[in-house]
Write a protein that binds this ligand. Structure first.
Ligand code: C5J
Length: 221
C-alpha cells in the first residue's frame, strides 16, 4: 500500500490493484493535420502532457502496475460512428475525411496511432473506443474486473472531454480515479482547470487529482 499526495485528500492505493489508463495520446489529437487541428485547435497546448505521461508510464512499468492505453476512432466504413458525431464541422475536415495522416480518426490510419513517445509495449492492452468515454462499447470494464483492479490512475487528452468522460464512467462503476493533472491537457486551458476542479470538488465527487511527481514517487517507493 502506498499513500499519494492528492486533492481533496491523500489517497492510499494498493498498486497491485491499480491500473494506469492513458487516454487518447494519439497523433490525431497531438500532431499537425489531425482531428484536433482540423477543428481549429492549437495542438501545441497538448504537448505539455507528453513529458509527465512518459514519466508516469515509465514508473508504472517499473513498478509492475497494469498499463492500459485508449484510442478514439472508428471503423473505416464508419458503421460504429453515429451520424450525429460524424456530421459536424466542415465536410472536408470531418471524421473519415482524408488528411495528411490518413483518414481522420479512422482505425488503422497513421493519425489514429498513439504518439511514438508513449507507444504501447507488447502485452499492454489498447482499448479502441468509438466514444469519448473508455467504458462505452469497449471491454475495458471486463478486463479491469478480471484483474481485480479498484483504482485507476488516469492521464491523457483532453482533460474535459475524454479524460472527464472516462473518469465519470469509472466513478459510477465503483472505481477510484486519481487524475494526474500535469499529465492531462486541453486545447482550452480554462477547460483543463475547470475539468480538474470538477473532479476534486465536493470532497472528490468524481475522484482525486494528483501530480505526476507524486504518482511517480509513490510508484518508485
Ligand atoms: C476529443 C478526446 N476531444 N480524446 N477527444 O474529441 O478528448
Amino acid at each position: 500500500m502506498t499513500t499519494i499526495a492528492a486533492e481533496p485528500q491523500p489517497i492510499t492505493v494498493d498498486l497491485a490493484r491499480a491500473a494506469l489508463v492513458i487516454i487518447d495520446m494519439q497523433r490525431d489529437f497531438l500532431e499537425p493535420g489531425g482531428f484536433g487541428e482540423t477543428l481549429g485547435n492549437d495542438i501545441g497546448l497538448l504537448k505539455a502532457a507528453v513529458g509527465p505521461c512518459q514519466a508516469t508510464l515509465a514508473a508504472a512499468r517499473d513498478a509492475g502496475v497494469l498499463v492500459m492505453h485508449t484510442r478514439e476512432g472508428h471503423r473505416p466504413d464508419l458503421s460504429d460512428a453515429p451520424k450525429a458525431k460524424v456530421e459536424r464541422g466542415e465536410p472536408s475536415l470531418r471524421i473519415g475525411a482524408p488528411g495528411p495522416m490518413g483518414r481522420i480518426l479512422i482505425r488503422g490510419e497513421p493519425g489514429h496511432d498513439i504518439i511514438p513517445e508513449l507507444a504501447p509495449l507488447a502485452g499492454e492492452p489498447v482499448i479502441d473506443k468509438p466514444g469519448k468515454g473508455a467504458f462505452y462499447q469497449t471491454d475495458l470494464e471486463l478486463m479491469l474486473r478480471n484483474r481485480g483492479i479498484d483504482t485507476l490512475f488516469v492521464c491523457g487528452v483532453t482533460t474535459e472531454v475524454c479524460v472527464n468522460t472516462t473518469v465519470r464512467e469509472a466513478n459510477d462503476r465503483g472505481y477510484r480515479c486519481v487524475v494526474i493533472a500535469d499529465a492531462c491537457a486541453s486545447y482550452f486551458p480554462e477547460f483543463h482547470a475547470a475539468g480538474l476542479a470538477m473532479i476534486k470538488a465536493q470532497g472528490g465527487i468524481f475522484g482525486w487529482v494528483s501530480q505526476s511527481s507524486a504518482v511517480v514517487e509513490a510508484m518508485a517507493a
